[in-house]
Design a protein around this ligand. Sequence first.
Ligand code: ADE
Length: 240
Amino acid sequence: MRFDVLTLFPDIFQGYLGQSLLKRAIDAGLVEVRLHDIRDWARDKHSTVDDRPFGGGPGMVLKVEPTVECVEAVRRQDAEPGHLVMLTPQGRRLDQPCVERLAEHRRILLLCGRYEGFDERIRLILRPEEISIGDFVLNGGEVAAMAIIDAVIRLVPGVLGDEDSSEEDSFSGRRRWLEFAQYTRPREYRGLEVPEVLLSGNHQQIARWREENSRQRTLQRRVDLFDQRPPERTDEDRAN
Ligand code: ADE
């Protein structure tokens, strides 16, 4: 899986790329992340990539020429042109089904904006998929791009060990509920004890407790998840 990140601030990614799970995936050749500085495609001697908006108003707008030419040049670097994603608060909101869909691509280009936004012609020429990571405004698309890479690589075969398969994640696969409460050692801390059932070794009872805990949490915290789509029927449901 290859990601190409197009940004004015490639250095922001350095620390993130060196962290454990992603670094391991990169070292194993499962994931590749290439950073591209949009400024390298600026045409003038001051390397201008942004300008004041026509019609007035605050802030600066990302210019059309360096951005479009950067995307086109990066696309040509591989026989697979890749799926172009523009990070913007105006895009469709990222959720796990969207992450699952993105993970089907072999190559994704992530176009990060800054300032007050993109010159509209960037959208008109490149026709990207526009994605937002939530209804709040970030200073730029870089953190959103990292969120997408982080969520997508969990679904790339081989990136997670068998032990921590993404199938059990909240929102993923069959699971549309929030994840159940987890505990590790010690068994007791400041009077708070690990629920007895989790120490019982009875896998059926543990599974039932987790299912119920998951359901309760979803009901208390995110009742909208029940409304969106009914939980899928399990083999157990079908047998009854
Ligand atoms: N750029 C600025 N805010 C953003 C958001 N919420 N999601 C994606 N990109 C952004």
